[in-house]
Design a protein around this ligand. Structure first.
Ligand code: 6PG
Length: 472
């Protein structure tokens, strides 16, 4: 079949691109992938399931010429300039009406720019978030498409076929205009950062209470088997059992505490600031990864400021149950912050993001998938315009029983000198959000005092300025 035609093309045959294509082929689509690297092009073909139609090529023009029209092409290349470079090389090869998808973690403003430029050139361009890592790409990722709705109809059957399924429903849905797909993926990653930070804090707390790696494995495994079930807890439980093949020791104890990042969490925080949506746990998670990189300074400071070494006061079994509930409480706050951000961004950035659909898509395949998302989906289906999940009665019920232990954990962490900034941010967010009155009347007064910025009163409308008296 030397000149046979293919349904879908992929640019970039790294592990994600290759696995997505193989997944598509397993669902009956004829797929072709391009990579300049001959080995990668060959690896695609050799990894294909017998009987499927998979071709790897090393010339972009060849791949494009062998695609059915309108051509459907996805690229999975590093975000930034590589995406623009691929688009430039694609343009002379495409015909009007062809569809190009960026499946990487591009910044949404880049995606908006590319949508406009590609449209002017007569092509469809879609930013599509894909989550689930290597394994997810192969067996069923969560897919977050946005942008051109007409183009989406041409790729919908394929994306639905390859996506993860929850209750038989595909974890893919059209998520809004413009760069909505990449925006939703960015917020997904912000939530991912926040939950990972919380789990790492819970690990530190439990370790300080004397749990060894086997016990930590057992605790996270049990948590994952109940209503807290989540992908991140599942992999956390696994991590504590992994032996290092070099030393035979547990690998977790040999891994450096400097955490890397590619930037999507930071983008979420930056954009939340612009939108004036508080995402304090995400901000904290980003800052904690940053502080992790300051290893040399931390070592110096650890000599200057000794750890209090005060024992965790609660008895171990009780403490484990307290940490469990605190983690549940704080995790709900992470989703609440992320969803509140999507709610605001949807209208402020003119994306019309259907929030229930976004949550539905996250229920399976992605890194933040968890049992909680089922509850949030029901809550948002009933009230898609809900500004914050914390205002839903079912969510309120989930939180209120855990508040006591959340406070107990934060107190014990503070007394023992254990860093728990994520937990503290979650609790402070909750306490501020549920406060009818905040002390920010004083901030208003201070602004007016030194800068004549004026203030509003609670007893009459309008803006006021006072000539404040100097008393000291
Ligand atoms: C996913 C992940 C994926 C990737 C992140 C990691 O949903 O599959 O989020 O996109 O693992 O980019 O981000 P950091 O390198 O910034 O932690």
């Amino acid at each position: 079949m030397a000149n046979s035609m293919y349904d879908f093309g992929m640019i970039g045959l790294g592990v994600m691109g290759r696995n997505l294509l193989l997944n598509m082929a397993d669902h009956g689509f004829a797929v072709i992938g391009f990579d300049k690297d001959t080995e990668k092009a060959q690896a695609l073909e050799s990894a294909a399931t017998a009987g499927t139609r998979v071709k790897g090529v090393v010339a972009l023009a060849e791949m494009i010429s062998r695609l059915e029209r309108p051509r459907r092409v996805m690229m999975l290349v590093p975000a930034g300039q590589p995406v623009d470079d691929v688009l430039e090389s694609l343009k002379p090869l495409l015909e009007p009406g062809d569809i190009v998808i960026d499946g990487g973690n591009s910044h949404y403003t880049d995606t908006l720019r590319r949508v406009t430029a590609m449209k002017a050139a007569g092509f469809h361009f879609m930013g599509v978030g894909v989550s689930g890592g290597e394994q997810g790409a192969r067996t069923g990722p969560s897919i977050m498409p946005g942008g051109d709705q007409e183009a989406y109809t041409h790729v919908k059957p394929m994306l639905e076929a390859i996506s993860a399924k929850v209750n038989g429903e595909p974890c893919v849905a059209y998520l809004g205009k413009g760069a909505a797909g990449h925006y939703v993926k960015m917020v997904h990653n912000g939530i991912e950062y926040a939950i990972m930070q919380l789990i790492s804090e819970s690990y530190r707390l439990l370790k300080s209470a004397g749990l060894d790696n086997d016990q930590l494995h057992q605790v996270y495994k049990e948590w994952n088997e109940g209503p807290m079930q989540s992908f991140l807890l599942e992999i956390t439980a696994d991590i504590f059992l992994q032996n290092d093949d070099k030393s035979g020791l547990r690998l977790i104890d040999l891994i450096s505490d400097k955490a890397g990042s590619k930037g999507t969490g930071k983008w979420t925080s930056q954009d939340a600031m612009d939108l004036a949506v508080p995402v304090t746990i995400i901000d904290t998670a980003v800052s904690m990864r940053t502080i992790s990189a300051y290893k040399e300074e931390r070592v110096q400071a650890s000599k200057l400021y000794k750890e209090p070494h005060l024992p965790i006061p609660a008895e171990t079994k009780l403490f484990i149950s307290q940490v469990k509930e605190a983690l549940q409480f704080a995790t709900i706050m992470c989703y609440a912050q992320g969803m509140a951000m999507l709610h605001t961004a949807s209208s402020a950035l003119d994306m019309d993001i259907p929030l229930p659909e976004a949550v539905k898509v996250w229920r399976g395949g992605c890194i933040i998938r968890s049992a909680l998302l089922g509850t949030f989906y029901t809550a948002l289906k009933d009230a898609p315009e809900l500004p914050n999940l914390l205002l839903n009665n079912t969510v309120a019920g989930l939180i209120s029983g855990k508040e006591h232990n959340m406070r107990a954990v934060v107190v014990q962490a503070a007394q023992a000198g254990l860093p728990a900034a994520g937990f503290m941010a979650a609790l402070s967010y909750f306490d501020a959000y549920r406060s009818e009155k905040l002390p920010t009347n004083l901030v208003q007064a201070q602004r007016d005092y030194f800068g004549a910025h004026t203030y509003q009163r609670i007893d009459m409308p309008g803006s006021f300025h006072t000539t404040w008296q100097h008393h000291s």
